[in-house]
Ligand binder design. Structure first.
Ligand code: PLP
Length: 388
């Protein structure tokens, strides 16, 4: 069958494929240690589930406004004001079917064919594909481990052309876990303003930060950068709500209206009763977020100590999210071969860095319980030592 060229140029998500393979192996009874999932292993907190159940019982089962429940949009605006120092009103926000959908909608609403989008690598694997689906041109800029996998202002300046429309910033980052400092963000913001481009700040891991890392939204740094910023966020990672499919965008009114029109002809509103769970997440106690963060922090310390003790692997210390991104090039293998061999020989599932634009690295998610991490690290260590 002849398919649109649009879909021909995108590749299916490798992370979802490997997670599915690991799950299938587990279902066959194989003792797999999976470091592949990009989702917290905790259940959704009870008060969030209760709010959605109540909404369901109360008959909140009908169509709603395409841009989202007004109460939820107001709660999102309030969160952005108080937590992120971003002066948005409810009409500057829109509820989407997850952070992925937020970003996809943004690309479709913003880009004309040939418009360039600057994406620092290593990147979350869906960014370039979304840009291509929207008929824009991804412009990948490689960052280095020595520089903490951060884009420098000069790199940004050099990558800008008259066709540049947007910079994608993701801090804390998937896959590297790096977090920009406020000073670094300020320097990036200056270039965004100077070149008069837009920046989308994907803040989905904002609540999962460690040590001295500080979460600052680039849009809060000056009125000039605020006018050029779009925030993408969601409930999946902070509240362990991956399957609920709930995210949001916030930005200039004109853009949000365009995304709302797009949504009104594509998905309509996000599941009505699920949105009541999201309101409870934002307005209820945030203790659950901190409890999960502390559990991630313990696992991070453990996994970093183990990684440091494995000869042949190098890994900058991540300051956020729940990933480590070690370089495996000293084994002589590229990422896909490494991950395949590790899965075949040791039943350990990891994601090849090539999916994130970094073929010397692999991604391990520590959003899994400590005993699995301990067993998996034993196996990884045995595997790497056997390769050296
Ligand atoms: N952005 C980043 C960097 C992510 O890692 C993810 C999920 O893995 C998303 C956005 C989208 O999350 P969701 O669509 O589940 O809200």
């Amino acid at each position: 069958m002849k398919l649109a060229a649009r879909v021909g140029q995108v590749t299916p998500s490798l992370t979802l494929a490997i997670s599915a393979q690991a799950k299938a192996m587990k279902a066959e009874g194989i003792d797999v240690c999976s470091f592949s999932a990009g989702e917290p292993d905790f259940d959704t907190p009870d008060h969030i589930k209760a709010a959605a159940k109540k909404a369901l019982d109360e008959g909140k089962t009908k169509y709603g406004p395409a841009a989202g429940d007004p109460q939820l949009r107001a709660a999102i605006a309030a969160k952005l004001q108080t937590e992120n120092q971003l002066d948005y009103q409810a009409e500057n926000t829109i509820v989407t079917n997850g952070g992925k959908h937020s970003l996809y909608n943004l690309m479709v609403a913003l880009l004309d064919p040939g418009d360039e989008v600057i994406i620092p690598a290593p990147y979350w694997l869906s960014y370039p594909e979304m840009v291509k689906l929207a008929e824009g041109t991804p412009k990948i800029v490689n960052t280095t481990a020595e520089n903490g996998y951060k884009l420098t202002p000069q790199q940004l300046r050099d990558a800008c052309t008259p066709k540049t429309r947007l910079l994608v910033l993701n801090s804390p980052s998937n896959p590297t876990g790096m977090v920009y400092t406020p000073q670094e963000l300020r320097a990036i913001a200056e270039v965004v303003v100077e070149r008069d481009i837009l920046v989308v700040s994907d803040e989905i891991y904002e609540k999962i930060i460690y040590d001295d890392a500080e979460q600052v939204s680039i849009g809060s740094l000056s009125p000039e950068i605020f006018a050029r910023t779009i925030i993408s966020n969601g409930f999946a990672k902070a509240y362990s709500m991956t399957g609920w499919r709930l995210g949001f965008l916030a930005g200039p009114l004109e853009l949000i209206k365009a995304v709302s029109t797009l949504q009104s002809h594509s998905t309509s509103n996000v599941c009505t009763f699920a949105q009541y769970g999201a309101i409870a997440a934002l307005e209820g106690s945030q203790d659950c977020v901190e409890e999960m963060r502390q559990a991630f922090a313990k696992r991070r310390t453990y996994i970093l100590d183990r990684l440091k003790a494995i000869p042949g692997l190098t890994c900058p210390e991540p300051k956020g999210a729940f990933y480590v991104f070690p370089n495996v090039s000293q084994t002589g293998m590229k990422s896909l071969d490494f991950c395949k061999a590790l899965l075949d020989r040791e039943n350990v599932a990891t994601i090849p860095g090539i999916a994130f634009g970094a073929d010397d690295c692999i991604r391990l998610s520590y959003a899994t319980d400590l005993p699995t991490i301990e067993k998996g690290m034993d196996r990884l260590e045995r595997f790497v030592r056997s390769q050296l």
